[in-house]
Design a protein around this ligand. Structure first.
Ligand code: 13P
Ligand code: SF4
Length: 353
């Protein structure tokens, strides 16, 4: 990875401890679950609200989103769906940056989240003030930020990207000779840089889930399952990416399970994705890539602790009480909307070429 001499020091250990301190969600009984779902469905309808859920959220929320005319997807398509859907309230089950992106694109809509405490280690590792100073110190660079950032960081960016289009955008910028300042995921940045040859300065953030996949243990698992296809999300470290048969966004990984002939898959991303993968190809065998090991925390079983904070219980409470509304400062939102819309336009053009 390249030198990042003047970059601020980020206390990643403090962020990891914060992630590990999030308690695992409490399970509900089958009858409570049914009750919760019935009430939520009625409130969504009564409030002209639609539920948009990320693939990493609990299967109950994903099923509920689809059963009620909502949507389950990666972060790019969550943003697109929310901005195209006519509902006046969007309920975003995911982490805070996803709710903020929805608000940035739809300032006139009410954006609710089951909890406002669902953070993201990438967002936390990129405080706006330090980031803005760093950008100011490198005025010659095009600022490209991952969607996993705050509204204030997006507002300072030239481009926002998600993992599904980051490589394409870097290629596009490299072809026009632009130098990139990339934040906040160093592993995704490093992957893009190696793949495209783009000139990139990398902010040193990381994802507490993906950084914990274990290379040696993965190699051993591959030995035991020689025909398995290894699917890796690019937030993983280079020694994990090096063992991948396919590196891609959550949607791209699900498509691989559905569309390739392989029967067995080793999956290096949040285990919440297994619900969609099983739905897409029930006959296929899915194995979790080995990660940080035994422990009582979500991240020790490859699950984002903040995604896991979204539950049927807090979703119902949110709708009943009208709480957990996302607000973004209007001027910040207007600035941030420029690179977010640029991302959606770029992605739409890619789809049509
Ligand atoms: P996607 O953009 O692939 O949905 O990933 C978002 C994320 O937070 C991955 O950890
Ligand atoms: Fe952020 Fe990692 Fe959780 Fe995705 S899985 S929301 S990158 S902490």
């Amino acid at each position: 990875m390249n030198a990042i001499a003047d970059i601020p020091i980020i206390d990643l250990d403090a962020i990891r401890s914060r992630a590990d301190a999030v308690p695992c969600p409490i399970q509900v009984s089958a009858s409570e679950r049914e009750d919760l779902i019935r009430h939520i469905k009625a409130l969504l309808k009564a409030q002209n609200a639609v539920l948009v859920a990320h693939y990493y959220t609990d299967a109950d929320l994903q099923i509920l989103a689809e059963e009620t005319g909502g949507f389950v997807s990666d972060s790019l398509d969550m943003a697109r769906f929310g901005s195209e859907h006519p509902a006046t309230t969007l309920v975003v089950a995911g982490v805070r940056f996803m709710g903020e992106t929805a608000k940035i694109l739809n300032p006139e809509k009410r954006i609710l989240m089951p909890t406002l405490e669902a953070e993201c280690s990438l967002d936390l590792s990129c405080p706006a003030d330090e980031f803005i100073s760093y950008c100011d110190a490198h005025p010659e660079r095009t600022v490209v930020v991952y969607a996993n950032t705050s509204a204030a960081v997006k507002a300072r960016a030239d481009w926002v990207v998600t993992s599904s289009i980051a490589v394409d955008l870097a290629k596009h910028l490299a072809a026009t000779g632009e130098k990139i300042l990339w934040a906040p995921d160093r592993y995704l940045g490093d992957y893009i840089q190696r793949l495209t040859g783009a000139d990139m300065l990398l902010w040193p953030g990381s994802c507490v889930v993906h950084e914990r996949f274990k290379a040696k243990e993965l190699a051993m698992l591959r030995q035991q399952h020689k025909t398995a296809m290894v699917l890796v999300h690019p937030e993983s470290p280079p020694e994990i990416i090096a063992q991948a048969d396919l590196v891609g966004s959550t949607t791209q990984l699900i498509k691989a399970v559905q569309d390739t002939d392989a029967r067995e898959f080793i999956v290096a991303t949040d285990m919440g994705i297994f619900h969609k993968m099983k739905q897409a190809a029930p006959e296929k065998i899915l194995l979790e890539a080995p990660n940080a090991g035994i422990g009582a925390t979500c991240t020790s079983c490859a699950h984002c602790p903040w995604m896991a904070m979204n539950t049927l219980q807090n979703l119902l409470e949110t709708l009943e009480k009208g709480i957990n509304e996302i607000h973004v400062d209007p001027e910040t939102g207007r600035q941030a909307a420029i690179p977010v819309r640029r991302m959606l336009d770029f992605a739409a053009k890619r789809r049509h070429t």
